[in-house]
Design a protein around this ligand. Sequence first.
Ligand SMILES: Nc1ncnc2c1ncn2[C@@H]1O[C@H](COP(=O)(O)OP(=O)(O)O)[C@@H](O)[C@H]1O
Ligand SMILES: [Mg+2]
Length: 263
Amino acid sequence: MSDAPVLEVNDLSMVFGGLRAVDNVSLNIKKGEIVALIGPNGAGKTTFFNCITGVYIPTHGEVKINTSEGSAVLNGLKPNVINEKGLARTFQNIRLFSNMTVLENVMIGRHQSLKSGILSSVLRTKKNRIEEQKVIDDSYEILRKIGLEMYVNELACNLPYGAQRRLEIARAMATNPFLLLLDEPAAGMNPQETNDLVELIERLRKEEDITILLIEHDMSLVMTLSERIYVVDYGKMIATGTPEEIKNNKEVIKAYLGEDIDA
Ligand SMILES: Nc1ncnc2c1ncn2[C@@H]1O[C@H](COP(=O)(O)OP(=O)(O)O)[C@@H](O)[C@H]1O
Ligand SMILES: [Mg+2]
C-alpha cells in the first residue's frame, strides 16, 4: 500500500432541513497520526463523526478508507458494517450497558467483531465454547491494557466516571479497529483522569498501532496530543495545522472569542 491516508473525507456536507451542520468539509488522516477536530459548541463536530460512522448518510461528499485490504467508500454503509471495516468510536455522552459488568461490556464489542451467529451460541458446540473462552480472554486482555482489570466483575454503573469513559474506549478497542474516533473523551474528567487519558491515548497509538481522530474541548489535551488540528465553525472548516499554527491563527481566535485556547 502507498502512503495514502487511512481516512479521506472529501467535500462532506450534512444538511438538516435548512441547517448546513457540516458544510463542505475535507479532512485526511495518515496512519498512526493523532488528529484533533475542534470548534465551538454546535460547530458540527459530532455530526461529522456521525456521517463517517454511518449514523447519518451525508447529503454530499465522500468518506473513504485506504488500508492494507484496499480502498473502500463508506457512504451509505450501516454503522455495524463500518465498524467491521475497522472504524470504532466513542460517544459524547457515555453509552454503556450500565447494568452489565465491565467484562460483559467489552465482550459485546468483541462479539460484534467476531460475527459469530446466534444459532451457534444456542447450539453451544465445542467450537463455540472454545470461541467463547477466547472472547473472555481477549476482553480481559483489553481491560488490562486499558488499566481496568481491577473492575472486571463490577457493574459498569458502579465505576468512577473516568473509568466509565475508559471502558467506552475499551469496548471500542474490542472491535479491533485501525481507526478510533473519540467524541470528547475528556469531558467531565478531573485533571488526574485527563492526564491518565492522555497517557492512554499515546500508549494505544504506540502499542496498538492505531490511528486516532478526536473531538475535544480541553485545549491543553488537544495541544499535547495532536500532531495536526482541524478547526470547524458553523459547519465550515476554518483552519488546519499544527498545534502551534492553530494557537496563532486569527480566524480560530475569533471563533473562540471569550474562550481560552491559550492552553
Ligand atoms: N439530527 C439532527 N437534526 C437536526 N439538527 C441537528 C441534528 N444533529 C445535529 N443537529 C444540529 O447540527 C448542529 C451541529 O451539531 P453537532 O454536530 O452536535 O455540534 P458539535 O458536536 O460541534 O457541538 C447543531 O446546530 C445541532 O443542533
Ligand atoms: Mg458534539
